[in-house]
Design a protein around this ligand. Structure first.
Ligand SMILES: Nc1ncnc2c1ncn2[C@@H]1O[C@H](COP(=O)(O)OP(=O)(O)OP(=O)(O)O)[C@@H](O)[C@H]1O
Ligand SMILES: [Mg+2]
Length: 283
């Protein structure tokens, strides 16, 4: 068994926040996110110090409902740390993080944040390798905090339909009976995106989704994200500029550097920005 796979036992649920299987069917009720002012996420003056080193330094950033925001920047800029703060894995030294109008994420645990509707994909795929593609999606659906079901309840036709739709979207239709462990790296990444989507999170965070993918897989992932545009609020961190250009289109790209926003604008604007060229794109 690979270190990344989790085998579920009867009576356990998988926790998408921690990646652990836990012996409980308890669900925290997902709270309603108030997005009446148009923002899904709002980071205000965030600073994070690790032993005096400011990995995030007075960061301000907001994401609109339905936006697909690309985040770029050099290694060590604080991109992953920012996702750690949003998901509650790391607590900021100072500053506020609002999910919608009123939910302060800095006061919530990692599990509460996941249950409130923020889904995250880490860089390496974390699918259940010894289960089929279909079973992975079924398990993910049953982990949905809003659905009261058990692992062993039979799927109804609506739930099957939802899985079929996701299979199409992630380009794994026809592969549903394959063991996830036999998929290519790119296919595992898509499966994990599908497992996130099936839970209908309000905000999706993707950290380097195309790292390690073939060119063809990267192109198909760009298509997939373009299909999700407008339907979900998504934050994507990537170093692959061809990919970012494909998915950013006329949307906003944020450049992080030394824990703060260095520049923000369309891909064309940030690519022409002297500061961005100096610290990142000109390398
Ligand atoms: N737990 C931690 N303790 C100490 N330093 C940390 C910790 N987590 C991150 N850092 C440091 O914070 C800085 C930002 O790291 P982070 O992983 O957020 O960068 P990144 O922008 O995601 O980079 P990359 O593009 O390489 O993934 C780095 O200098 C890193 O070494
Ligand atoms: Mg990172």
């Amino acid at each position: 068994m690979s270190e990344h796979s989790t085998v579920l036992q009867p009576g356990q649920i998988y926790d998408s926040a921690t990646g652990d299987a836990t012996a409980s069917f308890e669900r925290v009720k997902s709270s309603q996110v108030d997005t009446s002012h148009g923002a899904i996420l709002y980071l205000e003056d965030i600073t994070v110090s690790f032993d005096g080193f400011k990995a995030i330094n007075n960061l301000n950033l907001d994401i609109s409902v339905g936006e697909l925001r690309c985040i770029i920047g050099p290694n060590g800029a604080g991109k992953t740390t920012m996702m750690d703060i949003i998901t509650g894995k790391t607590k900021p030294t100072s500053g506020k993080v609002f999910f919608g109008q009123s939910m302060d994420l800095t006061k919530m645990t990692e599990v509460e944040i996941a249950h409130a509707g923020i889904g995250r994909k880490f860089q390496r795929p974390t699918v259940f390798e010894q289960h089929t593609v279909f079973d992975n999606l079924e398990l993910a659906m049953k982990m949905d905090k809003r659905v009261k079901t058990t692992l062993f309840a039979k799927l109804n036709s609506e739930q099957r339909g939802k899985i079929d739709n996701i299979l199409q979207l992630i380009r794994l239709n026809g592969q549903e009976n394959r063991l996830a462990g036999l998929l290519s790296h790119g296919q595992k990444q898509w499966l994990e995106i599908g497992m996130l989507l099936i839970q209908e999170p309000q905000l999706i965070l993707l950290d380097e989704p195309v790292a390690g993918m073939s060119d063809a897989e990267t192109a198909r992932t760009a298509e997939l994200l373009n299909e999700l545009r407008g339907k979900h609020s998504i934050m994507v961190v990537e170093h692959d500029m061809g990919f970012v250009t494909e998915i950013a289109q006329q949307g906003k790209v944020t450049v992080l550097h030394e824990g703060s926003v260095l520049a923000q604008g369309t891909m064309q604007q940030v690519q022409a920005d002297e500061k961005v060229i100096e610290v990142y794109l000109g390398r």
